[in-house]
Design a protein around this ligand. Sequence first.
Ligand SMILES: [Zn+2]
Length: 216
Amino acid sequence: MLEIDQQGMVIHNTQVTPRRSLMIERGRMVQVQGIVVHQTNSSSEKSVFNSYQNPKANGAHFLIAKDGTIYQTASLLFKTNHVGRLRSRCLAEKRCAPADIAMQARAGYQQIHDSEMSKSVPARYPSNADSIGIEIVGVAIPPAPGSIPSSLQGRSRERYIEEHSTYEAVNGPQKMSLQYLIDELAQFLSIPKTEVHRHPDVSYKNRTEASTASWQ
Ligand SMILES: [Zn+2]
């Protein structure tokens, strides 16, 4: 069983290395209802630690390096921004009420998010307000330059590249560490495994992010 100190940091644990970044913490988290798994789009943990020095940085609570080292980067008592706007869960699970379907037909991402936040888990996905984030170091490999339509310029070209990139596979040591961390957190926080999600399933992200991450 995980042991947590009064600051919300894991202690007495040879598998979790403390590397807290106060800059990414965003106020107390009242209740933890889920876990969201990410990939960093970076080749090592160094650039992530650097970005966590920025007072506006988004970040997650844990970071799993290429060699499987687990860093705790934020206190379990605090929220961090790692999810973004929520997708409709009833839509993904094909159980929306007619009123929900009608609203979504004319709503933008923000309106859908706001509507989701008026529900509670498991009717909606876990959000920034109530989930632990786990980042796994890994790059998104961009599409071949020749395959990018030349008509696209500037921001729309960037968006095309983002959407058509493919995240590298989570490696063996990372898989073992992820399984360990999810098992321990789920038990410690009493979170059912059905509330452990990949980032693109809960928000609007590249579909391949964390697609090769697995847990039981
Ligand atoms: Zn993510």
